[in-house]
Design a protein around this ligand. Structure first.
Ligand code: NAD
Length: 256
């Protein structure tokens, strides 16, 4: 197990990860956040001046910050030859290209959701979608706390990806994010999304398969952030020392 460096260390996830490391006796090199957030991290976690300085004293970085910070964080990991777990969501196509490019030099694990339960759920959704025909409409419903900035959630997209794979289609072609102003019936085979925001919900997801006269609902409820933090620490422990390449939670959890 290598030393972990936490990017976004003052945030909800950054603090939860520091806490899990403390409980599990895992060595944390330190944390980085935006300067204005400095000093607000979990007790015992030292602040480094920047991501490069942190990467140099870490074996593996764990990034739960913001998409705009990703390029700098990947560059820091590359400069230091450190592995990196990317848990930030709201990533666009260009962010995924940047991850692919970095993964030619270092080990990068990107996961929109680090919990065992959600990754198993994605597996079940893929299986269900591969067995149910296009007359079963797929809709993904998610709810998160009022502070969440991206919608639909990265986990909803992860589940959509699993459903699209099960159907043998591509997510870009099947996704339908917004029906406002669309005066037409549902297109067969598409995957729809609904995002609710409110209170302190850590993360609820339901994938609904709806046919004439019956419905299947496959869901997961995160009761708190500790499940994501534990999964992220497990992913970091697994990733430290791995050869360059792009990895996923399915590799860590040994899921198909
Ligand atoms: P948060 O807003 O509480 O924390 C984000 C932290 O990142 C903040 O402290 C912010 O100051 C910091 N930050 C922003 N830009 C930075 C930069 N350039 N350099 C360093 N730090 C920077 O948010 P959160 O709830 O902790 O979530 C963080 C991210 O993780 C979000 O994208 C969220 O959707 C995602 N998330 C992923 C999972 C998962 O399982 N993969 C689980 C929960 C949350």
């Amino acid at each position: 197990m290598g030393r972990i460096g936490i990017l976004g260390a003052s945030g909800r996830m950054g603090r939860a990860i520091a806490q899990v490391c403390r409980e599990q006796g895992i060595d944390v090199a330190g944390g980085v956040d935006r300067p204005e957030f400095g000093g607000e991290v979990a007790p015992g976690l030292s602040f480094e001046s920047d991501a490069v300085a942190l990467a140099r004293i870490s074996d593996v970085l764990v990034d739960f910050s913001a998409p705009s910070a990703l390029a700098g964080h990947l560059a820091a990991a590359q400069a230091a030859g450190a592995a990196i777990v990317v848990g930030t969501t709201g990533l666009q196509r260009e962010h995924h290209h940047a991850i692919d490019a970095a993964a030619r030099d270092i080990a990068v694990l990107q996961a929109a959701n680090t919990s065992l339960g959600v990754n198993l759920l994605a597996h079940l959704v893929r299986q269900a979608a591969s067995r149910l025909g296009p007359d079963w409409d797929i809709e993904i419903l998610e709810m998160h706390h009022r502070h969440k900035v991206d919608a639909p959630s990265g986990t909803a997209l992860l589940l959509g990806q699993a459903a699209a794979e099960g159907r043998g289609g591509t997510l870009d072609a099947l996704n339908r994010f917004d029906r406002m102003g669309v005066a037409a019936p549902r297109e067969e085979g598409t995957i729809g999304y609904a995002s609710l925001r409110g209170g302190s919900v850590a993360g609820d997801h339901v994938t609904i398969f709806a046919a004439e006269g019956e419905r299947i609902e496959l869901g997961h409820r995160a009761e708190n952030r500790t499940i994501f933090a534990r999964g992220a620490v497990r992913a970091a422990s697994w990733l430290a020392g791995k050869p360059a390449g792009r990895y996923a939670m399915t590799d860590v959890l040994d899921l198909p």
